[in-house]
Design a binder for this molecule. Structure first.
Ligand code: NDP
Length: 232
């Protein structure tokens, strides 16, 4: 058990809510990020003691600044909030779709991370977990066949992976900054998920492993939910 304080963005449902639940079970105080206060409060009520609502729209400059000003301590940042718009090949995708996904999946992560960095720098064991996607892997074409579908979404997560690596390099060894491929999960985001696809709770274990890495743990890595290193 530990006494870390963690922020999980987009934690009112789906994988984020399960990550929040698992971090609470590990003993953390959890700031449950939600862009909608009512939806967030429902999740806080469900998760019970140790969870606190933090209203946070990762695409809103003012929302991010207000959220950061309400937090006094942070050890773990889980950048989980993400969207998927359209599911087309590059030829079918529109710039507007890509722009919307990049706003949340890339620029949102950058803005939230930078806003909370001053607090993370004060932590003895700062950890950042970026929830990416196995489909973002550029070198894993054999393992994760490139079907050409969801080209915009996949490219936004590839950009997130690049940011993960650069943050790890820039922040140095005290920080652990890693990307997580949570696996195919039944959530609102994943309309294609079948009943046989994984429970979001299973993905949470992978996030918690990266959130609670020991000081000699890896940084600048890309890992599957089960801990297997993923090809960039
Ligand atoms: P859900 O749609 O269930 O949850 C997404 C969460 O992100 C919701 O809480 C949503 O809030 C929040 N969110 C979206 N936009 C914003 C924003 N601007 N500010 C704050 N919160 C926001 O999806 P998942 O749980 O599946 O997705 C979680 C993460 O996992 C995403 O990054 C996704 O890309 C990734 N992922 C998911 C996979 C899967 O199979 N499900 C596979 C690979 C990666 P609201 O309820 O208000 O919309």
């Amino acid at each position: 058990m530990n006494d870390s304080t963690a922020l999980v963005t987009g934690a009112n449902k789906g994988i984020g809510k399960e990550i929040a639940r698992a971090l609470l079970a590990a003993g953390c105080t959890v700031l449950l990020g939600s862009r909608d206060a009512e939806r967030g409060q429902r999740a806080v009520d469900e998760l019970g003691g140790g969870a606190r609502l933090l209203v946070l729209d990762v695409t809103g400059e003012d929302s991010i600044a207000a959220a950061a000003s309400r937090v006094e301590r942070l050890d773990i940042l889980v950048n989980n909030a993400g969207i998927s718009v359209g599911a087309g090949t590059p030829a079918e995708a529109t710039a507007d779709e890509l722009r919307r996904m990049y706003e949340t999946n890339v620029f949102g992560v950058l803005a939230v991370t930078n806003a909370f960095l001053p607090l993370l720098r004060r932590s003895a064991h700062p950890r950042i977990v970026n929830v990416s996607s196995g489909t973002a892997s550029l070198n894993g074409a054999g393992q994760f066949p490139v079907t050409g579908k969801s080209a915009g979404y996949r490219s936004s997560k590839a950009a997130l992976n690049a940011l993960t690596l650069y943050y790890a390099q820039a922040l140095g060894d005290g920080f652990k900054v890693n990307a997580l491929a949570p696996g195919l999960r039944r959530t609102d985001l994943n309309a294609r998920a079948a009943a046989s696809d994984g429970d979001p709770a299973e993905a949470a274990a992978g996030a918690v492993r990266l959130a609670l890495l020991p000081d000699d743990g890896p940084t600048g890595g890309f890992f599957s939910w089960d801990g297997t290193p993923m090809p960039w």
